[in-house]
Design a protein around this ligand. Structure first.
Ligand code: G6P
Ligand code: MN
Length: 454
């Protein structure tokens, strides 16, 4: 099978490559890395070469800087681009913060700005994929993944599937904290990308372990989401939220923490990633070691501001070990290619799963996957608070897609102003104005070239 990775010069590409090397079936025989930046492509190729050293059967790696050339003949396409690069992320975080509202990679006004900049590029990729690799499955990691998958599905239908590592990470951490085998539990998780809830966790004997876990402060204190949200709120809420919901439930605390931080996440990553790519270009023989060190530092500092806002604590090995988006991607590819039935949490069209949402709206939920693709499983009815947030955010996502497709500034304004973390349309209008000037984030205009995955 041939796999094409768009954003092939992305920092996380070696994780995908490692998953391919570790795959005993060796289903993927050739990987094409496509990126707009040939220098980053060279660095990542050096990391991969050193990662494969000593392996009996390395995976063939081809480099491409022409999109059409990269797409032609692909069986699977992973899209993991960062339009505007980390500099764009810095602006997405800073501009809203200067107006007193949250700026974050995928959440709040920052996420909407990122979506407005990315959707036109993602749509073009979807169109080229439909034309040149009509039978390929497109797996979207590009953030904001919900919004971007929603846009791409307008071209590709069910051939595009969005993925994220946070839901599977939550399930595994919760299962372990409840004393169960993460591979043996069944679960009900539903929402939108970066906005979902784990609502039951069923052990092999059919017992729901979630009520017991939510009533056990000690067990809750042993893993990331338990610490972020705190035992009192989790017990009252009656579900385990995705870590990104911390920005919604604790908006005052998270906003203060992000605003007070000396160096917001985007700025840290801009500096860190820039340092890595420069050092690895100067010393290609050390590329793998440099990458591994940089990766660890990135994992350890993940969500530092949220952790600060919830009492200041360090991530431990259990938090660092999630499902890994590389493994989600590989599991998905296997299930489709070999018709090996699997249950995965994916971003797919709703069909009738959540009756209050349009059938074609993208939701993030438990799916059964096989040769025919991913089918959402029926889930328990949503509670009013869950449904309310989902509907509001879906309106934001739809407005962002509309802004991109119709080059409609009013739709862009609606996307920003309707976001629950933006508290005034006047603020939204100023944010839009400033972003248009700074980053080329304009509805309908690519502004910058597609870039590598962060
Ligand atoms: C998680 C999310 C991704 C997001 C990443 C950000 O893995 O699921 O969607 O891109 O965090 O991590 P970073 O190190 O870039 O802040
Ligand atoms: Mn994600």
């Amino acid at each position: 099978m041939r796999l094409t990775i768009l954003g092939g010069g992305g920092f996380r590409v070696p994780l995908v490559h490692r998953a391919l090397l570790d795959d005993p079936t060796r289903a993927v025989t050739e990987v094409t890395l496509y990126d707009t930046d040939p220098n980053r492509l060279r660095v990542i190729a050096a990391v991969l070469e050193q990662q494969a050293a000593g392996r009996a059967k390395p995976v063939a790696v081809r480099l491409a800087t022409d999109l059409d050339d990269a797409l032609r003949g692909a069986d699977f396409v992973f899209s993991a681009i960062r339009v505007g690069g980390t500099a764009g992320r810095v602006a997405d975080e800073r501009i809203p913060l200067s107006e007193g509202v949250l700026g974050q990679e995928t959440v709040g006004a920052g996420g909407v700005l990122y979506g407005l900049r990315t959707i036109p590029v993602a749509l073009r990729i979807a169109e080229r994929a439909a034309a040149l690799a009509p039978d390929a499955w497109v797996i979207n990691f590009t953030n904001p993944a919900g919004m971007v998958t929603e846009a791409m599905a307008e071209v590709l239908g069910d051939r595009v599937i969005g993925i994220c590592d946070s839901p599977v990470g939550l399930v595994r951490r919760a299962a372990r904290a409840a004393g169960a085998d993460p591979d043996a539990v069944r679960y009900d998780y539903v929402g939108l990308n970066h906005l979902g809830w784990l609502r039951s966790l069923t052990a092999a004997d059919g017992r729901d372990l979630l009520p017991g876990l939510l009533a056990d402060p000690e067990a809750l204190g042993s893993f990331e989401e338990g610490r972020l949200f705190g035992a009192e709120w989790l017990h009252a809420l009656g579900a385990l939220p995705n870590e990104y919901l911390h920005y919604y439930y604790f908006r005052r605390e998270t906003l203060a923490s992000v605003a007070e931080s000396d160096e917001p996440r985007g700025a840290f990553l801009d500096r860190q990633q820039g340092g890595f790519f420069k050092a690895a270009a100067d010393r290609p023989e050390d590329a793998y070691g440099l990458w591994e060190r940089t990766r660890l530092e990135r994992e350890e500092t993940y969500m530092a501001e949220s952790r600060e806002a919830s009492g200041g604590w360090q991530r431990d090995s259990c938090d660092l070990e999630g499902g890994g988006y590389d493994r989600v991607a590989l599991a998905l590819m296997h299930a489709i290619a070999n018709d090996r039935r699997a249950r995965l949490i994916l971003n797919v069209r709703n069909r009738g799963t959540v009756p209050a949402l349009a059938p074609e709206a993208i939701i993030e939920t438990v799916c059964e996957v096989g040769a025919g693709g991913a089918t959402p499983l029926p889930c328990a009815p949503l509670r009013e608070d869950q449904l309310g947030l989902m509907l509001q955010l879906k309106a934001v996502e739809r407005a962002a897609v509309e802004a991109a497709v119709f080059k409609d500034r009013e739709a862009a304004l609606r996307a920003l102003a309707l976001h629950p973390l933006v508290d005034s349309p006047a603020v939204a209008a100023r944010i839009l104005e400033r972003a248009t000037g700074h980053t080329g984030t304009q509805p309908g205009h690519a502004g910058t070239q597609p870039e590598h995955a962060g």
